[in-house]
Design a protein. Structure first.
Length: 309
C-alpha cells in the first residue's frame, strides 16, 4: 500500500515537473535556442531574418561556411593575409552566427577551441572573432557548438574616397548628367560633424574673408578667423541643449558623423593619399553646397554595432 502511494506521488510530481522543465528549455512563443550550458537564450534579430541560414545565397552548398570564406582559403597566402590583416597571422576574422543571442558561456566555449572573440554585438545574434584557419572547415568543432548556424567572413572595409568615387562611376554621372550636388543642402542625423575639419570647414578649402570677424577680448586675444563661406549652415544639438546652436560651434561626439559628412560633402581638404589624390565627397559641386547638421540623441551607439574594418 505504501509503495502504491509512493508511486502515485511520484507520478503526480513528474506530471508537475516535466511541463515546467520543458517550458524553461523552450518557452512557448519564444524565439531563440540553447547556449553552451543548455540555458535558453532569446533571439535578438528581427523575425523577418529567422532561419536566414537555411537559404542564404552565400552558402550554396549548405555546409554552414560562407562561400566567400571558403574561396579565400583557396587563394595564395598573401591574398587572405592582406584581407584579414587585422587578425594575427594564420587567423581569419569571422562572424560566428547563432540561432540565439550568444551568452557569456558561448563566448567561453568558442574561445576554448582557440578562437579569440573581439566583439559581442548588441543587436546581432553573432560573435565577432579571430579564428585559426585550421578551424574553418565543414567538420569544424565550431559548427558543433550549441546554436551555431554559420561561420561567415567578416571582410575588410576601408574608406578611401579617392578610389571610391571613380570605382562607383560617380565621375561619369558628373560628366554625363551634371548631377554634382550644386545647390543642394543635405542634413546629417548622426553623432555630429566636426565643423573645424579641413574637409568640412568651408566650401572650397580657401578661406573667404569679408564677413564680420570676432573682436579680440581679454579671454580670447587671438580669435580664430571665421571663414565667410561656411559649409555647415545649421546645427541642432539634440543631446545636451536640445536646441539649435550656432553652426560654427558644431562638433562630433564620436567620429561616425564626420565620416558620413565627408562621404557626402567633403571638399578634399586636409590629408592627401600617397599618390597625391584628394579624398573628395561624392558630389563635387562644393561651391554651392551647404551641410545642415543634427546631432542624434544617442551618440556612440554605432560603436556597439559591428563594422568590417
Amino acid at each position: 500500500m505504501t509503495s502504491t502511494r509512493r508511486a502515485v506521488a511520484l507520478l503526480i510530481l513528474a506530471t508537475l515537473i516535466i511541463p515546467m522543465t520543458a517550458s524553461q528549455i523552450n518557452p512557448e512563443h519564444e524565439r531563440g535556442g540553447l547556449d553552451a550550458t543548455g540555458e535558453w537564450q532569446p533571439r535578438h534579430a528581427l523575425e523577418i531574418h529567422d532561419e536566414w541560414w537555411e537559404d542564404w545565397s552565400r552558402d550554396a552548398n549548405q555546409d554552414r561556411i560562407d562561400d566567400r570564406l571558403e574561396w579565400l582559403l583557396t587563394q595564395p597566402e598573401e591574398v587572405y593575409s592582406k584581407w584579414w590583416k587585422r587578425a594575427e597571422s594564420g587567423q581569419a576574422r569571422v562572424f560566428v552566427d547563432y540561432d540565439h543571442h550568444p551568452s557569456t558561456s558561448d563566448v567561453r566555449a568558442l574561445e576554448a577551441l582557440g578562437a579569440s572573440v573581439t566583439m559581442r554585438p548588441v543587436y546581432l545574434d553573432s560573435l565577432i572573432a579571430n579564428v585559426p584557419l585550421e578551424l574553418i572547415h565543414p567538420s569544424s568543432a565550431i559548427l558543433e557548438l550549441p546554436g551555431v548556424v554559420m561561420i561567415e567572413d567578416l571582410g575588410l572595409a576601408e574608406t578611401h574616397m579617392n578610389e571610391a568615387v571613380p570605382n562607383m562611376g560617380v565621375e561619369e554621372v558628373w560628366a554625363q548628367y551634371g548631377y554634382d550636388g550644386t545647390g543642394v543642402t543635405i542634413a546629417v542625423l548622426d553623432t555630429g560633424v566636426r565643423g573645424d575639419h579641413a574637409g568640412l570647414d568651408d566650401m572650397d578649402d580657401e578661406i573667404t574673408l569679408g564677413c564680420d570677424q570676432p573682436d579680440p577680448d581679454p579671454f580670447n586675444p587671438n580669435p580664430i578667423v571665421l571663414d565667410c563661406d561656411p559649409k555647415i549652415s545649421a546645427f541642432y544639438d539634440a543631446v545636451i541643449t536640445d536646441s539649435e546652436q550656432p553652426a560654427r560651434e558644431s562638433y562630433d561626439s564620436g567620429t561616425h558623423g564626420s565620416h558620413v559628412a565627408g562621404i557626402a560633402a567633403g571638399t578634399g581638404g586636409g590629408q592627401e593619399s600617397p599618390d597625391g589624390s584628394r579624398y573628395v565627397g561624392l558630389p563635387r559641386g562644393m561651391d554651392n553646397q551647404h551641410l545642415g547638421m543634427l546631432r542624434r540623441r544617442h551618440p556612440g551607439h554605432h560603436r556597439r554595432s559591428p563594422v568590417g574594418n
